[in-house]
Design a protein around this ligand. Structure first.
Ligand SMILES: *[C@@H]1O[C@H](CO)[C@@H](O)[C@H](O)[C@H]1NC(C)=O
Ligand SMILES: *[C@@H]1O[C@H](CO)[C@@H](O)[C@H](O)[C@H]1NC(C)=O
Ligand SMILES: *[C@@H]1O[C@H](CO)[C@@H](O)[C@H](O)[C@H]1NC(C)=O
Ligand SMILES: *[C@@H]1O[C@H](CO)[C@@H](O)[C@H](O)[C@H]1NC(C)=O
Length: 527
């Protein structure tokens, strides 16, 4: 049934595509450029300082650094949330979690996903005749109609959630280490180690079918690279415009490395894995360069900051060390609204359109991807809803330096209630109504604190978020009513646009399992 539905959907999409390539030919053809292709590469748990172009200490990203010198690098670019599912939901909807309903992560037994009445960027582009593909980590629901094939992607190859949310025979590097899946011959299920998720194998999907369970993590990056380059080749051969969303498993733990050696440990492991990611991005860019270079917009960024709880297996925040929080325990990174939680590397590459070797200091967000791509593809935004992102094409083309005046950072798990807008960015200032850390490497937690008078930091002078402004100072008195005002305004706006609610209920029967008779759900189909 699912297969038939998929075929009908795919047929519908290819007919629309046929009609639209005709439109492209007739109206965009000779005089105007054909509609552009879009490739979004989203890294996982990558730190702002993991990009060599951002942070000179990092020497492991030659391909990304080259992309920065051939395109635009954004230094004040933010993830819309500080954990996986909310950040990805906002990328694909252009809306904050308090509007689209996704305020925290989905689990392996989650029944729901990104609410079905939210329209994804992929749906909008697919309806406009684009070939749409999603490769990599989804994490927006894996049961029934929440799967990528029903959310606008005509092709999907990847894992339904994070790769630490299931076991593997090749478990990679985690802190603490997790065991391999119980072997097929095991007489009873073993219990997974502390902090290790499950004895159900991590599944790998191609469209609606599990093709491998458990996934071999050692070869996963290579498979993603192969499928992504094939997708680009086939889409380019078809003559239709395409949209590829490639969500990497790097730099989330468990880490894998291509070139293993016995002396790899700690930070060196992380750096080797960073090189693996860099190489993977380089291969995708090379493929774009050799097929559809002139007409393809490539965007690289991250979903949230590093996962410090993983100690030396976590990324580098650069100067955004969140010292106010670290002095009080807990880590100021992933899951928090400190800069280390949401300020992410970001690069835009589009030869002859986006100027080369330019650094932009505009205040921008992953939320901007949807409105910007919709504008570049000349499609309308879905009606009857508000978008939190902006069309930033003028910034991309070098015609403007103006991004957001205001950004809101939602709670993503460390303190306060999920999704709540607890931190406000206004120009160079950042106000915290609630602070809190995530679990740190040393096990400290950094408990939640509410601030009746918000802590306000001047990020320009204090990127470490070390010392808040004195609340009796003239600057503080000037900024306070402004941040209060913008917060009141957005909360009012959201209260009229918050009907999407994600189903976070659990049911063990929805855990992906290709063979319930086998321990760890083992199966393997020829790819
Ligand atoms: C996993 O993949 C690697 C690289 O392709 C291969 O060398 C290894 O044998 C595979 N391991 C298993 C358990 O299949
Ligand atoms: C990029 O700009 C920097 C500084 O503005 C300059 O040193 C460097 O040579 C430029 N690189 C390229 C490839 O043009
Ligand atoms: C939407 O906003 C209204 C007004 O603030 C609030 O009462 C309601 O609980 C919100 N709904 C959801 C689903 O959050
Ligand atoms: C989304 O679904 C909810 C519940 O079914 C409904 O109340 C709401 O109006 C829908 N929102 C949109 C934007 O369609």
């Amino acid at each position: 049934m699912g297969g038939l539905l998929l075929k009908v959907l795919l047929l519908g999409a290819s007919l629309t595509g046929f009609l639209y390539s005709f439109v492209d030919f007739c109206f965009y053809g000779k005089t105007v450029l054909k509609r552009p292709n879009f490739v979004i590469i989203l890294a996982d748990d990558v730190g702002w300082g993991d990009l060599g172009a951002n942070w000179a200490e990092t020497k492991d990203t030659p391909q990304l650094d080259k992309m920065a010198s051939e395109g635009m690098r954004f230094v004040d670019f933010h993830a819309p949330a500080s954990t996986c599912s909310p950040s990805r939901a906002s990328l694909l909807t252009g809306r904050l979690g308090v509007r689209n309903g996704v305020t925290h992560n989905f689990a392996i037994s989650s029944v729901g996903g990104l609410p079905l009445n939210e329209t994804t960027l992929a749906q909008v582009l697919q309806e406009a005749g684009y070939i749409t593909g999603m490769i990599g980590k989804w994490h927006l629901g894996h049961h029934g109609l929440y799967q990528p094939n029903f959310r606008g992607f005509s092709y999907y190859f990847g894992i339904p959630y994070s790769h630490d949310m299931g076991c593997s025979d090749t478990p990679g590097y985690n802190h603490p280490p997790c065991p391999a899946c119980p072997p097929a011959s095991a007489v009873s299920r073993s219990s997974p180690g502390k902090n290790c998720y499950s004895d159900v194998g991590l599944p790998l999907y191609e469209n609606l079918i599990i093709v491998e369970q458990p996934v071999n993590l050692t070869s996963l990056a290579e498979k993603f690279a192969e499928k992504a380059t094939q997708f680009i080749q086939q889409a380019s051969d078809s003559g239709r415009p395409f949209f590829l969303y490639l969500a990497l498993t790097h730099m989330h733990v468990p880490l894998t490395v291509t070139h293993w050696s016995a002396d790899l440990s700690g930070q060196r492991l992380y750096r080797e894995s960073l090189r693996e990611m860099d190489n993977l991005v380089g291969r995708i860019k090379d493929k774009v360069d050799s097929t559809v270079k002139e007409n393809t917009f490539l965007w690289f960024t991250g979903d949230n900051g590093p996962w410090s709880q993983k100690c030396e297996l976590a990324g580098n925040v650069g100067p955004f060390t969140g010292l106010w929080q670290t002095k009080r325990g807990g880590s100021p990174t992933k899951q928090t609204t400190w800069e280390g939680g949401h300020r992410v590397p970001a690069l835009a590459y589009w030869p002859n359109r986006v100027p080369a070797n330019v650094t932009s200091t505009a205040l921008l967000s992953v939320l901007d991807i949807f409105p910007t791509i919709a504008s570049l593809a000349k499609v309308n935004l879905p009606p009857k809803r508000h978008f939190d992102g902006l069309d930033i094409s003028e910034v991309l083309f070098g015609h403007s330096h103006t991004g957001h005046r205001v950004l809101f950072h939602p709670n993503s798990g460390a303190a306060g209630s999920y999704g709540a807008l607890q931190t406000v960015r206004l120009g160079q200032y950042k106000a915290f109504y609630i602070t809190g850390g995530a679990e740190a490497c040393d096990g400290s937690l950094g408990p939640e604190r509410h601030h009746r008078l918000p802590l306000i930091f001047n990020l320009q002078e204090d990127p470490e978020e070390c010392a808040p402004l004195d609340s009796s100072s003239a600057v503080y008195q000037d900024i306070l009513p402004k941040v209060t005002g913008v917060l009141v305004d957005i909360l009012q706006d959201i209260s009229g646009d918050n009907t999407s609610v994600a189903d976070y209920s659990h049911d063990p029967s929805v855990i992906p399992c290709c063979n319930v008779l086998e321990i760890a759900c083992r199966c393997q189909l020829p790819l």
